[in-house]
Design a binder for this molecule. Structure first.
Ligand code: IPM
Ligand code: MG
Length: 367
């Protein structure tokens, strides 16, 4: 089979800096593991807007549809805050998700032992934490119609619509149950069935799909309670299944449990392509962090772990994904820290490239 293809869309802010480290890791797998990827690069977000006046060029969209996987850095920044809504950097990302139909967004929140002290929660609450959030990514209030701002009785009214079909809920639920079967066999589904009809339908459909997964223990929780439980006793969860907006909020919350947003990867998966691989995009959960861009301070681990997810979910290279994750675990255990993983008194942090260096060394040692 031809070498698998990757499209890198590094984007804005710290996106290009962290992606530079991922490119070195990709190169390592080519040199040392005979796993060679055909890599192309293009623009997204503000960078695309600067070049083309749109946050995602049609040609880039077409390329994204053709490759085996997209690796995305981050989009956005203060420079673009005043742009018209339709060309804001985020629209580029949302277009990729929607047109590639990446309905299952996997956001693992894992606590590395070496960082357990760094969480804002007490160590015993988060040591060994391993949660997988499955966020529905192509529907709900992010995309529902009608939407917009219009005038009613001389007053501005803002509208967004939370809309879910049963098919959309069903496929997200299947993704969550399938994952749970390979993990702790527990799914907690979160919605607001107490106030939203879409939440009632969500709960009903998830319960129906569960009939095909008798081995999995299913529970339901209102999303507000879910947020509270995440900070009260996060280890009660295995897989959390939730909609697009609740998933956005709950995943930031879960991410911070582990100490830093700079650590959390994600995979966005769609339907299988002709070659059997799912349509897929991999991106760190963190944003473009304009406050630290260009200073070599960014933590590249979330982006590197996103590539590990690509190895696992797109390329069936679970053992190589394990190798990369183990290398990261090792450097953290040895004390490697970027600034986001240190207190002010903790000495000199590693630069983005230095963190890349130690991970590459750990990879070499793994051979
Ligand atoms: C995320 C981000 C995006 C979202 C933004 C950048 C559009 O917050 O991936 O969590 O809201 O989905
Ligand atoms: Mg978010």
């Amino acid at each position: 089979m031809a070498n698998p293809s990757l499209l890198i869309l590094a984007g804005d802010g710290i996106g290009p800096e962290v992606m530079d480290e991922v490119k070195r890791i990709i190169g390592w797998f080519g040199d040392k593991r005979d796993l060679t990827f055909v890599v192309s690069e293009d623009l997204v977000g503000g960078a695309a807007y600067d070049a083309h006046g749109v946050p995602l060029h049609d040609d880039t969209m077409a390329k994204a549809q053709e490759v085996d996987a997209v690796l995305l850095g981050a989009v956005g920044g203060p420079k673009y805050d005043n742009l018209d809504f339709s060309v804001k950097p985020e629209r580029g990302l949302l277009r990729l998700r929607k047109e590639m139909d990446l309905f299952a967004n996997l956001r693992p929140a894992q606590c590395f032992d070496a960082l357990a002290d760094f969480s804002s929660l007490k160590k015993d609450l988060i040591a060994g934490l391993d949660i997988m959030i499955v966020r529905e990514l192509t529907s709900g209030v992010y995309f529902g119609e009608p939407r917009g701002i219009h005038i009613e009785d001389n007053m501005r009214v803002g509208i967004n619509t939370q809309r879910y079909t049963e098919a959309e809920i069903e496929r997200a639920a299947r993704a969550a149950f399938d994952l749970a079967m390979k993990r702790g066999k527990k799914v907690c589904s979160m919605e607001k069935a107490n106030v939203m009809e879409s939440g009632i339908l969500w709960r009903d459909v998830v319960t129906e799909v569960h009939a095909d997964y008798q081995e999995v223990e299913l529970s339901h929780m209102y999303a507000d309670n879910g947020a509270m439980q995440l900070v009260r006793a996060p280890k009660q969860f295995d897989v959390i299944l939730t909609d697009n907006l609740f998933g956005d909020i709950l995943s930031d919350c879960a991410a911070m449990l582990t100490g830093s947003l700079g650590m959390l990867p994600s995979a966005s998966l769609g339907l299988p392509m002709a070659n059997g691989r799912p349509k897929a995009m991999y991106e760190p959960v963190h944003g473009s962090a304009p406050d630290i861009m260009g200073q070599a301070k960014a933590n590249p681990i979330a982006c590197i772990l996103s590539f590990a997810m690509a190895l696992r979910y797109s390329f069936d290279e679970g053992a190589e994904a394990d190798r990369l994750e183990a290398a990261i675990e090792k450097v953290l255990a040895d004390g490697a820290r970027t600034g986001d993983l240190m207190g002010p008194e903790d000495g000199t942090p590693l630069s983005t490239t230095e963190m890349g260096d130690v991970i590459l060394t750990a990879l070499d040692e793994s051979l």
